[in-house]
Design a protein around this ligand. Structure first.
Ligand code: ATR
Length: 269
């Protein structure tokens, strides 16, 4: 992957990814490959920062004139919301920021692109969710981002099913407040009533995880998407494919998000 790194000169624009821990992040390889392939004179590097150092680092980056912006990931997404000077509507709704552009005057503009990348990947695959009814397993950070992006994309109904029912109710209430025309419920059993079934939980990452939803209720004409990146084929996607469903693994969804992040940071037009 080091072969993708462009030559760094005095004119190269610097971008970052902020995380703790940092060693596992794949974004530098993916983003630098993208920037190189588009002929951009920019480089994204890992910044290992702990939560109690985040504000000091961000304030310092405001004064770094050749700095274009950064991606924020675990555990910084929620804390970044209050550290930005301006945030998008989606970031405010979700309560988290995962990508920040540094303006020429040092102002930090935050966006939340997690769910938007997910929706963009569906659109690119000719599965525009506008008008669809959606079953979403999960009500955590990833699920919230996906739910708000789907609402913004014009889905008509979202069922949020979650182990902790209060969390599902909280997410549906926030969705209803932001999108009055959207109908919502938390009925975990009505899987077959939906056009699109999404796993936003972490179930499926580990070998012995139980499935995130009752696989026997899937219908062969449903679209089934999984936000899990690794493994690419989760037990949910395998079961859905065996039933004849059209499936959407998480990894290509991340790739479409990388482009949106580069655009938000101003690295790509
Ligand atoms: P992320 O940012 O990845 O969404 P998160 O906010 O911790 O992480 O959310 C994890 C999601 O996976 C939640 O919906 C969680 O359910 P709870 O809200 O009940 O915790 C779900 N999840 C994780 N482990 C689970 C398990 N063993 N069984 C059922 N749901 C699980």
């Amino acid at each position: 992957h080091r072969g993708f790194l462009p030559p760094v000169t005095g004119r190269t624009r610097i971008y970052g990814i902020l995380a703790d821990p940092i060693y596992h992040v794949k974004t530098p390889e993916v983003m630098n490959a993208l920037l190189t392939s588009r002929g951009v004179d920019g480089v994204l590097v890992p910044f290992h920062v702990k939560p109690d150092g985040l504000k000091t680092l961000v304030d310092g980056l405001r004064r770094m004139e050749n700095f274009g912006g950064f991606i924020a990931t675990v555990p910084h997404k929620t804390d970044m919301l209050a550290l930005c000077d301006e945030v998008t509507g989606a970031a405010r709704n979700i309560g988290a920021v995962n990508c920040v552009r540094r303006e020429a005057d040092g102002r930090m503009v935050g966006a939340m692109l997690d769910g938007i990348g997910f929706v963009e990947a569906l659109r690119v695959a000719n599965a525009d969710p506008a008008g669809m009814s959606v079953y979403l397993a999960g009500a955590g950070g990833a699920s919230s981002a996906i739910a708000f992006a789907l609402a913004e994309a014009g889905v008509v109904h979202i069922t949020v099913a979650n182990r902790t029912i209060e969390r599902a109710k909280g997410l549906t209430e926030r969705l209803r407040a932001a999108y009055p025309a959207l109908t919502v419920d938390t009925d975990a059993d009505r899987i077959a009533n939906h056009d699109l079934v999404v796993n936003g939980t972490s179930l499926g990452m580990r070998l012995n995880d139980e499935p995130p939803l009752d696989l026997s209720r899937l219908r062969g004409d449903q679209l089934v998407a999984d936000a899990i990146m690794e493994p690419a084929m989760t037990p949910l996607l395998k079961a859905a494919e065996a039933k004849g469903c059209r499936i959407f693994p998480g990894k290509p969804m991340l790739e479409s998000q990388i482009v949106l992040m580069a655009q938000h940071m101003g690295a790509l037009a």
